[in-house]
Design a protein around this ligand. Structure first.
Ligand SMILES: NC(=O)c1ccc[n+]([C@@H]2O[C@H](COP(=O)([O-])OP(=O)(O)OC[C@H]3O[C@@H](n4cnc5c(N)ncnc54)[C@H](O)[C@@H]3O)[C@@H](O)[C@H]2O)c1
Length: 333
C-alpha cells in the first residue's frame, strides 16, 4: 500500500458529455448494476450496502477497516453478494482495480468526524483530500456514469444564518470541514475537466444502529450503563437525521441526479440538552447530565434548510429523533 502518494502524472481520457443530471432513466434501476461503495463497511456505508444488495445490485466495498470491522458485511460477503476489498483509498492502484467494470460509485470512505480530524490531521487530509482525488480520478478513467460524494454540513462552518441553505458560503471551520470543502472542489474540477458528473450530498448529523463514537451512540451506551452524559457547553443546536433517510438520499442522487449540492437533514434543530432528556427517557436511565466547557473547534449550531431536498420528494421524519427508542438495544453495554 502506498500511503499519501499519487505517483503517475494525470493522463485522463475524455468521455462523452454526461447526461443532464436531472434526467431519470427508469430502465437503469431494473438492471442489476455493479456498484463500488468506498467506506462501505462503516456506519452509513453498511446500511447503503444492505439496500443495494436488497435491490439486486452487485456490490464492491473498498474499506481499510480503520473504523469498521468485517462483521457487518459478513453475510452478504459469504453469499457472494458483496466483494470486500480491504485496502486504502490513498492507494490509487487499489481504487483503480476496485472500480473496474462498475457503473456507479458511492464515495463514503473518510476520516468521518471533527474530533478525529483534530487528533490526526495528517490522516484526515490524506484520506479526505488525496483519497477523494484518487477515487475521482479512478472513476473518471473508468468512465463511471454515476458518482455520489458524501459531503457534510461541516462545509458551512459557523453559519451566518439558520436554517442554512445550499448557497451559504462554504467556509469549513475545522480540518474535517476544510477537507470536505476541498473534496467538493475536486468534484467540481473533475466535472469541468473530465466530464465526470458528481452528485454532492451534504449530510447533517446522521444517527442509527451501527454508529459509534458520536453523541447518540455514546449517550445511549452511557445512560444504560449508569454513567454521566457529558455535555460540552450546552448551547449546541443539532440537525439529526435518520440513517434510512440518508440512504434514501444517496440512492436518489445516484439514480436520478441532483440539481447541485443538496442538504440532507431534518430541517429541525434539537438542543443538546433536549437530546440528553430524550436519551434518559428512551433508556429509563437516572444518569446525570454533566456540563463541561464547550469545544471551540466544533460548529455549535446548525439546522439545514431542507426545501431543496423536499422539492425532490425526499421527506425527513417530522420528529428527527423518532427512531431513538428503537435503537436503544443496539447500544446496550
Ligand atoms: N455520520 C454522519 O453524521 C455524517 C455526517 C456528514 C457526512 N458524513 C460522511 O458520510 C461518510 C460516511 O460516514 P460514516 O458516518 O459512515 O463514517 P464511518 O467512519 O462509520 O465510515 C467511514 C468508513 O471509511 C473507512 N475508511 C476510513 N479511512 C479510509 C481510507 N483511507 N481508505 C479506505 N477506507 C477508509 C472506515 O474504515 C469506515 O468504514 C463519510 O464520508 C462522512 O464524512 C457522515
Amino acid at each position: 500500500m502506498v500511503e499519501g502518494s499519487v505517483a503517475a502524472p494525470l493522463d485522463l481520457p475524455t468521455h462523452d458529455p454526461p447526461s443532464p443530471i436531472c434526467r431519470y432513466d427508469a430502465e437503469l434501476e431494473k438492471v442489476m448494476a455493479k456498484v463500488l461503495v468506498t467506506g462501505g463497511a462503516g456506519f452509513i456505508g453498511a446500511h447503503l450496502v444492505e439496500r443495494l444488495v436488497g435491490r439486486g445490485d452487485d456490490v464492491v466495498v473498498l474499506d481499510n477497516l480503520k473504523r469498521a470491522t468485517r462483521d457487518k458485511l459478513a453475510e452478504p460477503v459469504r453469499k457472494g453478494r458483496v466483494r470486500l476489498v480491504e485496502d486504502d483509498i490513498r492507494n490509487f492502484g487499489a481504487v483503480a482495480e476496485a472500480v473496474r467494470s462498475c457503473e456507479t460509485v458511492f464515495h463514503l470512505a473518510a476520516q468521518s468526524n471533527v474530533m478525529g480530524s483534530v487528533d490526526d490531521p495528517d490522516y484526515s487530509i490524506t484520506t479526505n483530500v488525496l483519497g477523494t482525488f484518487n477515487v475521482l480520478r479512478a472513476a473518471a478513467e473508468a468512465g463511471i456514469r454515476r458518482f455520489v460524494f458524501t459531503s457534510s454540513r461541516e462545509v458551512y462552518g459557523d453559519p451566518a444564518t439558520i436554517p442554512v441553505a445550499e448557497d451559504h458560503p462554504v467556509v469549513g471551520k475545522n480540518a474535517y470541514g476544510a477537507s470536505k470543502v476541498a473534496g467538493e472542489a475536486y468534484c467540481r474540477s473533475f466535472a469541468a475537466t473530465h466530464g465526470l458528473t458528481v452528485q454532492v450530498v451534504r449530510l447533517a448529523n446522521v444517527y442509527g444502529p451501527g454508529d459509534s463514537g458520536r453523541v447518540i451512540p455514546l449517550w445511549l451506551a452511557a445512560a444504560q450503563d449508569g454513567r454521566d452524559l457529558q455535555v460540552y457547553g450546552g448551547e449546541q443546536l443539532i440537525d439529526f437525521l435518520w440513517v434510512g433517510t440518508a440512504v434514501d438520499a444517496l440512492l436518489f442522487a445516484a439514480d436520478r441526479g441532483l440539481p447541485g449540492p443538496v442538504n440532507i437533514g431534518s430541517g429541525k434543530g434539537t438542543r443538546i440538552l433536549e437530546l440528553a432528556e430524550r436519551v434518559l427517557q428512551a433508556t429509563g436511565s437516572k444518569s446525570r447530565v454533566l456540563r463541561t466547557p464547550a469545544r471551540s473547534i466544533e460548529v455549535a449550531k446548525f439546522v439545514a434548510d431542507v426545501r431543496l431536498m423536499q422539492s425532490l420528494g425526499l421527506t425527513p421524519e417530522a420528529d428527527p429523533l423518532q427512531h431513538l427508542a428503537e435503537i436503544v438495544p443496539a447500544y446496550r453495554p
